[in-house]
Structure formats: structure tokens, C-alpha cells
Design a protein around this ligand. Structure first.
Ligand SMILES: [Zn+2]
Ligand SMILES: [Zn+2]
Length: 335
């Protein structure tokens, strides 16, 4: 089979490799589509949890081709989406209902071989059956949608809320749709690129404006700001701006992966006097099947987000396009 290996920082090798044999408890999945994520850029730079070399790719769906010993919950031919995160189930966090904070977790495409390959062996417990006739390319978006869903849960979006999203990439546009699905009556997107602003308007935003205009959108809201502002671009300056866009009592959710080590100035008096809440959210605890349901029902549309498709041979080109901000969502589709 063909696979793309991140061999060393900024070095990608596309090579032939034997189709792996599923170990006991694993299934061999033929990959139909695998998203390229910001996390993959960080892995490519050598800056993330996993160690190089690795076959990355943690946002994928495909068809079960073979089963290792003891696997009974899926069958050959089943269509499945992959939840890449495998907690240890033994640490203090796993034992208290927070497996996403596991101190010994593994992840497909991060610490184990992932979906930038024609085939991938996945622990069967991470496979989620794809419902109905949801296309596999859309089912491959289960992982990012499930992470966004955890974010919406953590932010506590309620019917009637106003939400401002800083960043109109695929994550911002998923969080936008989830905000509306959670009942937000107003959503605005701050995004520098015109095409992404247009897409935001078709996906449920009342307003989509350039970052320098979002402050006046916020000020025009009742109470002078949104109930909830979500940083979805991984831009540290936007995280600081988000604090100024919520009204008193508001919540700022830091969803984007900002560069480690960067800081923002926080005035404790402001947080006190305006009774602000600042929350983080990490990965996707207990949200994978809900994410698939939202995709199947059409409450979250991902087809309009998939802007670029690459073969395995083109992974390097795809990574470069994502890094340049040219894509909304890019996928690798073997074959
Ligand atoms: Zn991802
Ligand atoms: Zn654990």
C-alpha cells in the first residue's frame, strides 16, 4: 500500500509499505478520506505530542477490511468513522470521567500510524458505525465535529444566546453551525478572507466581517457584547480580542490551538468586575456519536467546507496549502 510518512521536521516521504495485519482487538480499515488538520501541521513541524517518524492522519473514515482476534463489534464491510483518541482507562483522569485529559493516552495519527495511507489498523473500540447513507468523506469529519461539539458543550451555548466566532476556517464554520443547532439566535464571524466570510453567511451567520470590524458588531448587541465569544483560529491576538467582545457575565472559549508560549495580558479586575468566564476545551470526550448524528441529520453541513482533495502522493502539496491558509478543509483520499 501507499503511505505518507512524516519522517523528520518538514520532511514528508511517500512510500510503498506492506498492508498491516490487525493485532488482536484491532480492525484493518481501508481509508476512504482523511482530513488534514492544523494538528498535522504541528506534527509536520516536529512540535506536537507524537514522535517522528509517523504516518499522520486522525480524521478519517473507511471500510473494515479485516479483523484481528477477538473483534466482534464490527464486521468486514462495515463503514466506520474513527475516533482517534485512545485513553488508558487507568489514570486519575480516566477514573474520574475525563478520559480526554488522560496522562497516558494514545492517538491514531499522532502516536500510532494514522490515515494518510491506503490502510490503517485501528483498535476496534475506536470505530464508530457510520449511520444511514452518510458519505464516507463527510463521515471523516466526525472527529473535528466532535471536538467542536465538546467546545459548544463547554461554552454552554443556550437558545437565544449571541455568539461571536473569531476565525472562519473549517473549525469556525462548524462551531458556527453547532451554535445555531444549540439555539443561538445570533452568530457573527470575524474572518480576514472574503471567500470564508461568504461561506459563513451561507452557513448561518447573521454577520461575517473583517477582524477590524468585529468590535462594532459586538458593541451593537444587547449589553454591548456577545454572551459567548469563541477563538477558533489559533491566533493569540484573537484570544485577547475575544475578551473584549463579550458582555458582562459572558464566556470566552479558547478553542483554537495557539502557539505554545505565547501569552496575552489579562486584567484580573476586568474578569472580576465583568464576571467573565474563560474556558478551554480539549478533544472530544463522549461526543463522537452525537457528531455523526448531526452530520446525518444535516444540522451540520460539512460538504461545503471540503475545498481541496489530495491523493497520498500529494500530501506534501496539501500540507503546504493548509499552511498557507488557502483551504477551508482539505482531505486526503487514497486511490
Ligand atoms: Zn484534527
Ligand atoms: Zn488515562
Amino acid at each position: 500500500m501507499l503511505q505518507a510518512v512524516f519522517a523528520a521536521p518538514h520532511r514528508i516521504v511517500v512510500e510503498e509499505a506492506p498492508i498491516p495485519d490487525p493485532a488482536p482487538g484491532e480492525a484493518l480499515v481501508r481509508v476512504a478520506a482523511c482530513g488534514i488538520c492544523g494538528t498535522d501541521l504541528k506534527i509536520n513541524e516536529g512540535h506536537y505530542l507524537g514522535a517522528l517518524p509517523i504516518v499522520p492522519g486522525h480524521e478519517f473514515a473507511g471500510v473494515v477490511e479485516a479483523l484481528g482476534d477477538g473483534v466482534t463489534r464490527v464486521a468486514v464491510g462495515d463503514l466506520v468513522a474513527i475516533n482517534p483518541n485512545l485513553p488508558c482507562r487507568r489514570c486519575a483522569f480516566c477514573r474520574t470521567g475525563k478520559p480526554h485529559l488522560c496522562t497516558a493516552s494514545q492517538a491514531v495519527g499522532v502516536t500510532r500510524p494514522g490515515g494518510f495511507a491506503e490502510y490503517c489498523c485501528v483498535p476496534a473500540e475506536l470505530l464508530v458505525p457510520v449511520p444511514g447513507d452518510l458519505p464516507l468523506a463527510q463521515a471523516a469529519m466526525m472527529e473535528p465535529v466532535s471536538c467542536c461539539l465538546h467546545g459548544i458543550d463547554v461554552a454552554g451555548v443556550k437558545p437565544g444566546d449571541s455568539v461571536i466566532l473569531l476565525g472562519g476556517g473549517s473549525i469556525g464554520l462548524i462551531l458556527l453551525q453547532l451554535s445555531r443547532a444549540a439555539g443561538a439566535s445570533f452568530a457573527a464571524v470575524s474572518e480576514p478572507r472574503t471567500e470564508k466570510r461568504k461561506l459563513a453567511l451561507t452557513l448561518g451567520a447573521e454577520e461575517a466581517v473583517a477582524p477590524e470590524e468585529i468590535a462594532s458588531v459586538a458593541q451593537a448587541l444587547p449589553g454591548g457584547g456577545a454572551e459567548i465569544a469563541i477563538e477558533c483560529a489559533g491566533v493569540t491576538a484573537a484570544a485577547r480580542q475575544a475578551l473584549s467582545l463579550v458582555r458582562p457575565g459572558g464566556t470566552v472559549l479558547l478553542f483554537g490551538v495557539c502557539p505554545p508560549g505565547e501569552t496575552v495580558a489579562l486584567e484580573p479586575y476586568e474578569v472580576f468586575h465583568r464576571e467573565l468566564t474563560v474556558r478551554g476545551c480539549y478533544t472530544n470526550p463522549f461526543t463522537d456519536t452525537r457528531a455523526l448524528s448531526l452530520l446525518e441529520s444535516g444540522q451540520v453541513l460539512v460538504e461545503p467546507l471540503i475545498s481541496h482533495v489530495y491523493s497520498i502522493e500529494q500530501v506534501e502539496e496539501g500540507i503546504a496549502a493548509v499552511r498557507a491558509g488557502e483551504t477551508v478543509k482539505a482531505q486526503v483520499r487514497p486511490g
